[in-house]
Design a protein around this ligand. Structure first.
Ligand code: HCA
Ligand code: CU
Length: 459
């Protein structure tokens, strides 16, 4: 069975995404969430870049999270020193090793080895663990990569990263390279795969199959140019393809949303795992089969990341999907009525997908039947509440029950801890209730859904 540690570099490589600048507070929040998801290492930043980066690295290191905290550094003593001063557990020293890069830096191979060795030694002398990164190693002369990495290991580096800096590898070459490196270096190897050709997940998996023991990821695949291996599909692929546990998969959707919010880089609906459509089925044939047995069109169940399957209702839908949706809304129609609804749907190809309310309205029109739909006169909303892991949920739940406008409180399992049904007369009252919930000590997040229509079974 293959294994891999996850090094997440959302805060370092991810902040190198054009347009992204996290604040120190945002970085702290992301680091805590990454730790909750149980990533093994967090590359918190390159402290020599700017005072705020150094400040964030320092603050994250002082949080004493379970994950190992690293600082990135060029192979320059002043950089390493800035990293050391942040009190991290590990310094990751990188140096370009291709002929072209050495030329631009005006360095011979021997000078490069010297710079790497001195930097690693400096970090070690200051009580840090050290990683050496042979930058652009996948395009460099193999023998030189081995030579410089050996020298780094001898100087005290206990991890070696051989990154695919411009994302030009294929899985087959990656597997070959890492199995050769693990024989030649006998060291703990990191794979860092850029996505320029869209192969970053496949290349990372192949590196692990070849012998890499850690993979670098970013949340949502952020990073220079096309980014690097996204954490979400990589972690799920390790589970699905190799039955290997890495991070807590259930935490991936919230992590992705948090980073989407702070990075300002929207997630495309078609992104695996965290994209809006990742578990939606649209075609009539697909939907019917999935309703019968989900695995006909699913590689893995959405529940492994705490998400739900959706069946889209549109002109592509067939009878099975429409019948299933209406049934779930508490509406049972005859075969003939159902066919009428279906043809009404197909007569409006411009409607991209039907919300429940619209489908019901159309069903009422098409069948001439008054369906049992109640529109609430008051404002009702469902509020999902998340609590800090160390608070007693019942105490928070009781506290919420005292708030005026709260009708029912449920302690629940899953992404959120408490579900609250509120019933008020106006939006401003709803806002008051929400404010009162949010200020309760121990409440970390709320998510509110307004009830549009209600369907009851029986009288
Ligand atoms: C870069 C450096 C790096 C380093 C990766 C690592 C790369 O070009 O900014 O330290 O493992 O892609 O080579 O991100
Ligand atoms: Cu990189």
């Amino acid at each position: 069975m293959v294994k891999a540690l996850i090094l997440d570099t959302t805060l370092r490589e991810g902040e190198q995404t054009p347009g992204v600048a996290f604040s120190v507070e945002e970085k702290l929040e992301i680091a805590r969430k990454l730790d909750e998801a149980r990533v093994n290492m967090i590359e918190a930043g390159h402290p020599a870049v700017s005072p705020d980066v150094a400040e964030a690295v320092k603050r994250i290191a002082s949080e004493r999270l379970s994950a190992e905290i690293l600082a990135h550094s060029r192979a320059i003593i002043s950089d390493v020193d800035t990293a050391v001063k942040c009190d991290v557990q590990r310094v990751a020293v990188f140096l370009g090793v291709t002929e072209t890069k050495l030329k631009t830096m005006n360095m011979t191979e021997e000078k490069a080895i010297e710079a790497a060795v001195n930097s690693i030694q400096y970090a070690k002398d200051h009580g840090m663990k050290a990683r050496f990164t042979a930058e652009d190693g996948t395009r460099a002369d193999y023998d030189f990569v081995v030579r410089i990495c050996r020298a780094a290991i001898d100087a005290g580096a206990d991890r070696i990263s051989v990154p695919d800096t411009v994302g030009c590898m294929t899985p087959a070459r990656m597997r070959g390279l890492f199995s050769k490196l693990s024989k030649d270096l006998k060291a703990e190897l990191d794979a860092h795969c850029h996505d320029d050709l869209g192969m970053s997940v496949a290349n990372a998996i192949a590196a692990v199959e070849g012998g890499a023991t850690a993979v670098h990821t970013t949340v949502n695949g952020l990073g220079e140019r096309a980014g690097i291996t996204p954490l979400e599909p990589f972690a799920v692929a390790m589970k699905v393809l190799h039955d290997t546990d890495t991070v807590d998969l259930g935490k991936l959707p919230e992590l992705s949303l948090l980073v989407e919010k702070y990075s300002g880089i929207p997630i495309s609906p078609t992104k695996p795992i965290v994209g809006e459509n990742a578990f939606s089925h649209k075609g009539g044939v697909h939907a019917a089969a999935v309703i019968f047995d989900p695995q006909t069109y699913e590689a893995f169940p959405p529940a492994i990341v705490g998400r739900q399957r959706e069946i889209v209702i549109s002109k592509y839908s067939g009878k099975v999907a429409v019948e299933d949706r209406l049934k779930r809304l508490g509406v049972a129609l005859s075969e003939e009525e159902l066919m009428r609804v279906l043809s009404a749907i197909k007569e409006k190809p411009e409607i991209r997908s039907y919300r429940d309310v619209d489908l019901l309205e159309l069903a009422e029109k098409a069948t001439g039947k008054k369906l049992e739909v109640q529109v609430p006169k008051k404002i009702e909303a469902l509020v999902m509440v998340k609590c800090e892991s160390n608070v007693y949920t019942t105490a928070v739940a009781r506290r919420i029950l005292w708030i005026k406008g709260v009708e029912r409180v449920l302690e629940i399992s899953g992404d959120f801890d408490i579900e609250v049904l509120i019933n008020v007369d106006s939006i401003s009252q709803m806002n008051d209730v929400l404010e009162n919930i949010r200020i309760i000590k121990g409440v970390t997040a709320t998510n509110t859904r307004v009830v549009l229509k209600k369907f009851n079974n029986g009288p």
